[in-house]
Design a protein around this ligand. Structure first.
Ligand SMILES: Cc1ncc(COP(=O)(O)O)c(C=O)c1O
Length: 429
């Protein structure tokens, strides 16, 4: 190729690239301010006199989700509320009332104490094995309520070693303990992995008079995400339930008449509970656990929860509005960056930030990837189409509930256009 032709070709390429840049620029997002729903929540927050980052729970939406869940369970499975995912007594009360259940699943010693104290009628299954020190702590400082741990509490155990520790604890306190054995149904996070380990554990229960088998738990969160190439969710659930049934049969055989007449056979979680609907005749479980789906954080936008609706939002006021986005040190690039991405036309600094959450309203808000995150005053950007003023509220959707709910103080309860209540969150100490 002669040099003239090469130059022509290179020139053409450069021109083409420059011409393509405007086509590659993202579209300016935004539709003005909030839609009617978020306008209504904003008004309610202002009238309630709130001024800082707030977790808002929409009670009507929460109840709708609870009704959706109950409809799927069809009265065939009992429902156990996962307390860590709805960590406020008010939330738990609203859900247990709506779904007519007394059963909760608890994951932390402080939550166990608070629930046993404040809702002494509750039936508690632990969702993870507690170190023996936590169990000792519980029996040393028993709740001052009518909660009867020997009838209403099931300790989750998945190894002979820990079970033996619990047997010693039971003997030293003169307490009988109800034991629920965790099964590994494919998640491989914990749980009894094979029939030998189960047999060893059942031997200990048979030997130790203060230990009583209450049932089994098998959690299957892996199933919802199983790719089609590996068989997909349905196959993963079936495989897990096969394991569950085998272990159950083994326990019935080994314990004979000592097998409980009304065992707790717990399974599922938000991502999988709807997959149990078509298995009412084959699944060995008699109760399903779920919590997150009742407020539906963004991580739960999955096909198996398509009929649940988001019911929890973080609200935060705009502290500062700027008609540009300036990055320290490269102020001279402000206009270029705006031209390259029109969604950097405006800046809003909000109170707090850096939560596990994604911007929700008004449409078009985004986090700036260069400026840096802040837990004190986070920068959000938007195009010129977004009409927000200082002191307006912005809304974000938590991606999960369990840790995010604990970062805002009392939950603001929104119902029919007003904040009708404030619910303290559970303390994690
Ligand atoms: C044992 C167990 N069951 C059920 C769940 C489901 O909880 P959620 O419905 O809030 O996702 C979890 C969540 O971690 C769990 O660990």
């Amino acid at each position: 190729m002669d040099s003239k032709r090469r130059k022509l070709l290179l020139g053409g390429l450069a021109l083409g690239t420059v011409a393509a840049v405007p086509l590659l620029r993202p579209k300016a997002l935004g539709q003005g301010g909030h839609n009617n729903y978020f306008k209504s929540v904003s008004g309610a927050l202002h009238r309630a006199g709130l001024s800082g980052p707030t977790m808002v729970v929409d009670l009507e939406r929460l109840k709708k989700n609870a009704n959706t869940l109950s409809a799927h369970l069809q009265g065939h499975y009992d429902f156990r509320v996962v307390a860590k995912s709805l960590p406020a007594l008010g939330l738990l009360e609203a859900v247990t009332r709506q779904t007519q259940t007394q059963r909760t699943m608890v994951f932390h010693l402080p939550f166990l104490r608070q629930l046993a104290q404040a809702q002494p009628q509750t039936d508690i299954l632990l969702g993870k094995p507690f170190p023996i020190t936590a169990a000792r702590d519980f029996y040393t400082n028993l709740p001052n309520s009518s909660f009867d741990a020997s009838k209403q509490l099931q300790w989750l155990i998945d190894s002979p070693r820990r079970l033996q520790q619990y047997a010693e604890l039971a003997n030293s306190f003169g307490q009988s303990l109800r034991i629920n054995i965790e099964l590994d149904v494919g998640l491989h996070r914990g749980g009894v992995p094979d029939d030998q380990v189960l047999s060893e554990m059942l031997n200990i229960i048979q030997r130790e008079s203060r230990l009583e088998l209450a049932g089994f738990m098998g959690y299957d969160a892996h199933a919802a995400k199983m790719p089609g190439i590996l068989g997909g969710p349905e196959k993963a659930i079936d495989r897990g339930l096969d394991i569950y049934s085998q272990r159950l049969a083994q326990a019935k055989l080994q314990l004979g008449a000592a097998f409980p007449s009304k065992p707790t056979l717990n399974g599922a979680g938000s991502p999988t509970y709807q997959l149990y609907k078509s298995r009412i005749h084959t699944a060995p479980c008699n109760e399903l656990a779920a919590g997150s789906c009742l407020v539906k954080p963004a991580d739960f936008d999955i096909p198996t929860l398509s009929d649940h609706i988001p019911a929890a939002f973080i609200a935060s006021p705009v502290l500062k509005k700027l008609p540009y986005t300036q990055i320290p040190g490269i102020e001279s690039l402000t206009s270029t960056m705006r031209w390259l991405n029109p969604n950097r036309a405006q800046t809003f600094f909000i109170a707090g930030g850096y939560w596990k959450a994604t911007p929700e309203s008004p449409v078009g808000l985004s986090i700036n990837p260069i400026y840096g995150r802040s837990t004190n005053q986070e920068m959000l950007n938007a195009s010129a189409k977004v009409t927000l003023k200082e002191d307006d509220w912005i809304f974000m959707r938590p991606t999960q509930s369990e840790s995010v709910f604990l970062q805002f103080g009392d939950v603001a309860v929104y119902e029919q256009g007003e904040i009708v209540d404030r619910w303290p969150v559970l303390s994690n100490s």
